[in-house]
Design a protein around this ligand. Sequence first.
Ligand code: MN
Length: 196
Amino acid sequence: MPFTLPPLPFADDALSPVISANTIGFHYGKHHKAYVDNLNKLSDGTEFAALSLGEVIRKTAGQADKAGLFNNAAQAWNHAFFWESLSPKGGKPSGKIADLIERDFGSYDKFKADFGAAAVTQFGSGWAWLVAEQGKLSVRKTGNAETPISGSAVPLLTIDVWEHAYYLDYQNRRADYVAAVIDKLLNWDRANERLG
Ligand code: MN
């Protein structure tokens, strides 16, 4: 099978209590795995089986007859990116990303408010993103499987706001999940690496 489930970059219980091992077990072991498995089934015997995940996403984006491939490829990519956006050593940003946050949002607190608002106000399933576009940081949100990599922005961090990401731990309290992830789990070292 050409598409594989990448290993989690931390132990199942490493993000607890913000995200429990139980949630990680379902989210990574069932949901993320299902996207990869479905993508393998849908691409089997087609030209898409020989492509990278990013190539499948860009070649199927916006095409109604390729929605199944796009949704599963984009969700496989978004989830791998999400795990890499989290770290048990999260907290305040440092280095270049901290300077850019000051420059482009005015303050870390304003960034937290904007990122949190994007995550909380995404209606239904989707994602909140910190992206760099032409060197400038901004926050955006996408619905369902939509992902910035089908456009020109460079994603730096994401938060999954599908209900499966928080319902076992927070039930309907998406805002509490989002605030805890932003305060405690964002992987700023990875964001700095992605800035290049
Ligand atoms: Mn998810």
